[in-house]
Design a protein around this ligand. Structure first.
Ligand code: DGL
Length: 276
């Protein structure tokens, strides 16, 4: 089946955190049209079971397919950990390529050619408990040591906007203490919300572990998307800025304000579309 080059790229997440991926894709591919779905009525996914995350993720995938997307980006690490295989199988029947943030983060870490063979990963409980990063990294670098840490408090802190105050610093210090002395080559920010903490994490790592590269999977997936579209002959030929449609399952209070924090600019129109 031949896909329409001007069709939108579908990007989805459990909530608004995936707007960090939208931001990176807009920067990398400004002329592409984008359609985003954030399941704000049912967020957070990171504390839910694998089966529930899969069910929700397939509903969103169907929503994007109905909107005739030419590719799907799984922006949510918890979804990538729980359901990337099912989503890929589902989309391959329609010839729609799928990229996800776990493969993007893994690729970026491996491309660094980790000299010490030590990689750290932080993420939600669902992502860390699934051990998906371990499997994905070891498939490429079998002798790599992977140190993982679930950091469940970081999502609510990011949504509160507390990313660089003393509370955030204390929480980060407590979580990152486990990595002290591990000589990490890289630390993967394995959650949509964590790029917001990047400057604070950098500051903390600089003290004990200055050699550690911080990997933002949002940037990595944007670079991979560009390569995929070129390879598949799917890059949008249009000049000028692409369109952006943002759908959510519920519009919580302060949504607009929060969305701006993740996207880095004003969001003028947000549409509510229920999945069930
Ligand atoms: N988007 C989720 C992730 O990247 C974080 C928020 C949630 O728990 O749903 O894992």
């Amino acid at each position: 089946m031949s896909l329409n080059k001007s069709a939108p790229i579908g990007i989805f997440d459990s909530g608004i955190g995936g707007l960090t991926v939208v931001k990176a894709v807009m920067e990398q591919l400004p002329n592409e049209n984008i359609i985003y779905y954030g399941d704000t009525a049912r967020v957070p996914y990171g504390i839910k079971s694998i089966d529930t995350i899969r069910e929700y993720a397939l509903q969103i995938t169907n929503f994007l397919l109905q909107n005739n997307v030419k590719a799907i980006l799984i922006a949510c690490n918890s979804v990538a950990a729980a359901a990337q295989q099912e989503i890929r199988q589902h989309c391959s029947r329609r010839g729609i390529p799928v990229l996800d943030v776990v493969e993007a983060g893994t690729r970026a870490a491996i491309n660094l050619q980790p000299a010490n063979r030590n990689i750290g990963v932080i993420g939600t409980l669902a992502t860390i408990n699934s051990e998906t990063y371990e499997r994905s990294i070891r498939a490429e670098v079998p002798d790599c040591h992977i140190y993982s840490k679930a950091c469940p408090l970081l999502v609510p802190l990011a949504e509160e906007g507390w990313v660089d105050n003393e509370i955030a610093e204390m929480v980060l210090q407590t979580y990152l203490k486990d990595f002290t002395g591990k000589k990490l080559d890289a630390l993967i920010l394995g959650c949509t919300h964590y790029p917001l903490f990047k400057p604070s994490i950098e500051k903390l790592l600089r003290q004990n572990s200055p050699q550690t590269a911080i990997i933002d999977s949002a940037v990595s997936i944007a670079v991979m998307t560009s390569a995929l579209l070129e390879k598949e002959g799917l890059a949008n030929g249009q000049t000028g800025t692409g369109s952006f449609s943002c759908f959510v399952s519920d519009k919580p209070q302060r949504f607009q304000q929060l969305a701006e924090r993740f996207l880095g600019k004003k969001l003028h129109r947000i549409e509510i579309s229920s999945l069930v």
